[in-house]
Ligand binder design. Structure first.
Ligand code: NAP
Length: 259
């Protein structure tokens, strides 16, 4: 690994930095992984199983940029699986400098008809996972005395969205968790921020009905959907030294949805 990465800056004794991105086989997570690879990070990819990486070239695309990439399968809603993954990433790369909590699901339905299990499932995957990973990777960062954590919230967590009582609860919680973790970890030189995307074209939003999509477009000042690269760019900035005094913030990336 040493000597191959642009992040080494020619110094053989300095280990390249490592970023772990949950749910990164596709969509926003894959775009963030590629962008951070371009920024010089070794990349720990994650998703539920290896099969999810079979039909894409994300790991090879990252390696082609001159950094390392490896897939670590884990269900991030399960604490023990996160524990094993964080240990494996640390063993493989030596450090964990950036954690992107990106894995997320939607299971939409009106509150009046939503089964309890449907609520609990979204909370487990979107919210509990953030506790699991911030605690475990955060402890590695505390020992390293530096780190960056970025959590994927959503405009649904800021303003609510009909049919998404479970999703908006999970994303609003992430905003509170981001501020709490920023306060707990700030003195250890660890920045914790969130981004709140609006309507971004990905497999997740492809599931919305045409009517839902048209309604959303009407409310967006820029009159277009966002791209995964527009999320990755802001995440890259938050991971950079240019954002070294930014912590506990949630940056909305929505083309002006809320105004
Ligand atoms: P996506 O295309 O559905 O990708 C999410 C990835 O996370 C999928 O590969 C998914 O696998 C994986 N995942 C799900 N549960 C997991 C688990 N328990 N453990 C590990 N990985 C898991 O979603 P996206 O649109 O890129 O969204 C990424 C993040 O941005 C999410 O947190 C989402 O809530 C947030 N966000 C997206 C938008 C948007 O407009 N797209 C807007 C606001 C916020 P499966 O295929 O098995 O589910």
């Amino acid at each position: 690994m040493k000597g191959e990465s642009p992040a080494l800056n020619g110094d053989m004794d300095i280990m390249a930095k490592t970023a772990i991105i949950t749910g990164s086989s596709r969509g926003i997570g894959a775009a963030i992984a590629l962008r951070l690879a371009k920024d010089g990070y070794n990349i720990a990819l994650n998703d539920l199983n290896e099969g999810m990486f079979e039909n894409n070239s994300i790991a090879d695309d990252i390696k082609a940029l001159g950094v390392e990439a490896e897939i670590f399968c884990a269900d991030v809603s399960k604490y023990d699986q996160c524990e094993e993954m964080v240990k494996a990433v640390k063993e493989r790369f030596g450090t964990i400098d950036v954690l992107i909590n990106n894995a997320g699901i939607t299971r939409d339905g009106l509150m009046a008809r939503m089964p309890e299990e449907q609520y609990d499932m979204v909370i487990a995957v979107n919210q509990k996972s953030v506790f699991n990973m911030m605690k475990l990777a955060g402890n590695v960062m505390i020992r390293q005395k530096q780190g960056k954590i970025i959590n994927l919230a959503s405009v649904a967590g800021l303003y609510g969205n009909p049919g998404q009582i479970n999703y908006s609860a999970s994303k609003a919680a992430i905003i509170g968790m981001t501020m709490t973790a920023a306060k707990e970890l700030g003195s250890r030189n660890i920045n914790v921020n969130a981004v709140a995307p609006g309507f971004i074209s990905t497999p997740m939003t492809d599931k919305l009905t045409e009517e839902q999509k048209a309604k959303m477009l009407e409310a967006i000042a820029m009159k277009r959907y966002g791209t995964v690269d527009e999320i990755a760019g802001v995440v890259s900035f938050l991971c950079s030294e240019d954002a070294s005094y930014v912590t506990g913030q949630t940056i909305e990336i929505s083309g002006g949805l809320s105004m």
